[in-house]
Ligand binder design. Structure first.
Ligand SMILES: C[C@](O)(CO)[C@H](O)COP(=O)(O)OP(=O)(O)OC[C@H]1O[C@@H](n2ccc(N)nc2=O)[C@H](O)[C@@H]1O
Ligand SMILES: Nc1ncnc2c1ncn2[C@@H]1O[C@H](COP(=O)(O)OP(=O)(O)OP(=O)(O)O)[C@@H](O)[C@H]1O
Length: 299
């Protein structure tokens, strides 16, 4: 028997970042929105833990580790340990469609997917709270990958409050040539903003989400990590400019980057922006997706 779980990517429509905490993390006001780009995690019983990963068209994805450091493997190990199952005897396959190291929480999605899939395979019946606890141990973005939709993340982003979304938002994502390390971007943030104020969610942005108002959301999206990502990856400015010139309602770096995100008025506008970005030569690939999207879902 095998179990497959589908998990979404995310974009941060507001990422307000405070000063570094003593534990090295940063307090956030992190408004997550799940978008309709998905990885699928399939698990089946085996003699020992093993992992495979393929991208679109079944090609290998060399950036993704296939050992026990992979977040999906770590999720299986954590669930098995909590339930006294020892080393997990499971074969995990990740069908990856979320850009890797792109600031879209692809690894986090795989962790949430593997957790839900193993829980179903093993019949461990973990409660929602237990699943969220394990997610938070695995990474700051992982709890949101489990719940999907839209949520305000506080603390280091792991404490979630679900948010209402009153409509559909269309996005274009420009995948950069190369990746950015999340810790490196946070370190650059510290260098550029040593006196960062306490992060606060924007009431106008939450209202724009609640009413499904694209123009209002476009006017209120912000990412405090954007200057740091641009400092480490200056050519992202060309991508942002190309999307803006093509008529995007808003252009921003997605999370810690280097994927850039463009909010469009509707699906037709998103397709036009995507075509212009693809022709601009400022990015490696372009994806169109709608939000919100559901969290980890058993198929
Ligand atoms: C940039 C975002 O993707 C926005 O959602 C997240 O804040 C990053 O979440 P993530 O990749 O799940 O991050 P984690 O795996 O928890 O942490 C990786 C590293 O990012 C930095 N980090 C992460 C989250 C946070 N609130 N403050 C941080 O400073 C720390 O250096 C940490 O060692
Ligand atoms: N299942 C996984 N999928 C992708 N990368 C993984 C996975 N497990 C571990 N990694 C490692 O994590 C790094 C970051 O990958 P990921 O795609 O999660 O980045 P990201 O989208 O920038 O994450 P975030 O938005 O949460 O900061 C990769 O370079 C890879 O070495």
């Amino acid at each position: 028997m095998s179990v497959t779980v589908r998990v979404p990517a995310k974009v941060n429509v507001q990422l307000a970042v405070g000063a570094a905490r003593p534990d090295g993390f940063h307090d956030l006001a992190n408004v997550f929105l799940a978008v309709g780009l998905y990885d699928e995690v399939t698990v089946e019983a085996a003699d020992s833990l093993s992992l495979t990963c393929t991208g679109p068209g079944g090609v290998a994805v060399p950036e993704v580790p296939l050992d026990r450091t992979n977040l999906a493997a770590r999720a299986a190990i954590a669930l098995a340990a909590r339930h006294g199952l020892g080393d997990p005897k499971v074969r995990i396959h990740i069908a990856k469609d979320i850009p890797v190291a792109g600031g879209m929480a692809g690894g986090s999605a795989d962790a949430a997917g593997a957790l839900v899939a193993c829980d179903a395979l093993w019949g461990t019946h973990a409660s929602r709270e237990e699943l969220l606890d394990i997610c938070a141990e695995l990474g700051s973005d992982v709890p949101f990958s489990l719940v999907g939709g839209a949520a305000l993340g506080t603390g280091r982003g792991e404490q979630l409050e679900p948010l209402d979304v009153g409509g559909r938002f269309w996005w274009v994502f420009a995948v950069a040539d190369g990746g950015l390390s999340t810790p490196a971007v946070y370190r650059e943030f510290d260098r550029l903003s040593p006196e960062a104020p306490e992060p606060v969610a924007s009431p106008a942005l939450l209202e724009a989400l609640r009413t499904g108002d694209v123009a209002a959301l476009a006017a209120t999206v912000t990412n405090d990590l954007q200057p740091a990502a641009l400092s480490l990856f200056p050519s992202l400015k060309d991508t942002l400019d190309a999307g803006t010139a093509a008529g995007a309602a808003a252009a921003l770096v997605s999370g810690s980057g280097p994927t850039t995100a463009f909010l469009a008025a509707d699906e037709a506008a998103a397709r036009r922006v995507a075509d212009a970005l693809a022709a601009s030569g400022t990015c490696r690939a372009v994806r169109v997706a709608a939000s919100p999207a559901p969290g980890a879902t058993l198929l």
